[in-house]
Design a protein around this ligand. Structure first.
Ligand SMILES: [Zn+2]
Length: 109
């Protein structure tokens, strides 16, 4: 059980195993739990890329999809994603290419 967990029950065992293996949630100044709000809904940002070997054998509901190519895990039942550090790095780079500006995380929300 993750202290302050604010995601769905389907993703908690997966996230717990990833954190036990050494990955970390990127901290947010206003949110205690691993999931944080955004314009697109709640999501969980991890600092390191997701190690899918760590979670390959974890029992999970069919609605939880692993996407190694996208470095992401998604619960289709609750519409909640976990993004690995590689996914977030690619997203920041795409945002910078599209806007021509350096990425600045918005921590006001
Ligand atoms: Zn769920």
């Amino acid at each position: 059980m993750i202290y302050g967990y604010n995601g769905c029950d389907h993703l908690e065992p997966v996230l717990e195993a990833l954190l036990a293996a050494g990955n970390r949630v990127d901290p947010h100044p206003q949110v205690t739990g691993p999931f944080r709000p955004s314009q697109g809904g709640m999501y969980c940002p991890l600092i390191d890329a997701i190690d899918f070997a760590v979670i390959a054998d974890i029992p999970r509901v069919p609605d939880v999809a692993f996407d190694p190519d996208d470095d992401a895990i998604f619960c289709h039942s609750c519409w909640l994603p976990i993004y690995g550090g590689e996914n977030l790095r690619r997203s920041r780079e795409a945002w910078e290419r599209a806007t021509g500006k350096p990425f600045q995380p918005n921590t006001d929300r």
